[in-house]
Design a protein around this ligand. Structure first.
Ligand SMILES: [Zn+2]
Length: 172
């Protein structure tokens, strides 16, 4: 049940993993990290954020083609990704359901007690596991070999550094 929002009043809609409670109006659609009064930065993810926040569009499209979600969604997206993250870190990620509130511009929001960068690394690691699993079912042995060759020389931390630099550079 949603309670009407009191303008300018203190509202603590969401208790973060660190124990701090915040009003949901502290978060906006463009936000990727929240500087918390606890002193840490917490990663903020919304369902409207594209997978390309973390991986190149080519990888995102491979994920969409290879993973068929068994829910009402047509294709794999951020909501599925965050479900996997929550499964891995149930104590460290909270979510907020804003689907009843059309004014905020998103339906679901997650706050993790990781920094945005650390969460990025975790997500890339989880996606590699997912793709590895998908590729292991591939018919074509050449695909498997190519993938494991690429994986062998892949460094998550340097990928994330590079990708974040590039993405932030391209963002207007
Ligand atoms: Zn905090």
């Amino acid at each position: 049940m949603s309670t009407p929002r009191v303008p300018d009043g203190p509202t603590d809609d969401l208790t973060l993993p660190c124990g701090h409670a915040i009003g949901i109006d502290n978060l906006d659609m463009g936000m990727r990290e929240f500087s918390c009064p606890c002193g840490d930065d917490h990663a903020v993810v919304m369902d409207i954020h594209p997978l390309s926040r973390w991986v190149p569009e080519e990888v995102a499209s491979v994920l969409r083609e290879t993973i068929v979600p068994d829910d009402e969604y047509d294709e794999f997206g951020t909501i599925h990704l965050m479900a996997i993250v929550r499964e891995e870190f149930p104590e460290r990620v909270v979510d907020y359901d804003a689907s009843e509130d059309p004014t905020v511009g998103y339906a679901l929001c997650w706050v993790s007690d990781h920094s945005a960068r650390r969460l990025h690394e975790i997500i890339v690691e989880l996606l590699i596991e997912l793709m590895d699993h998908a590729v292991s079912h591939a018919e074509d042995d050449a695909v498997k070999t190519t993938f494991s060759d690429q994986l062998a020389s892949f460094n998550v931390a340097s990928f994330v550094t590079l990708y974040r630099d590039q993405r932030d550079f391209e963002r207007p």
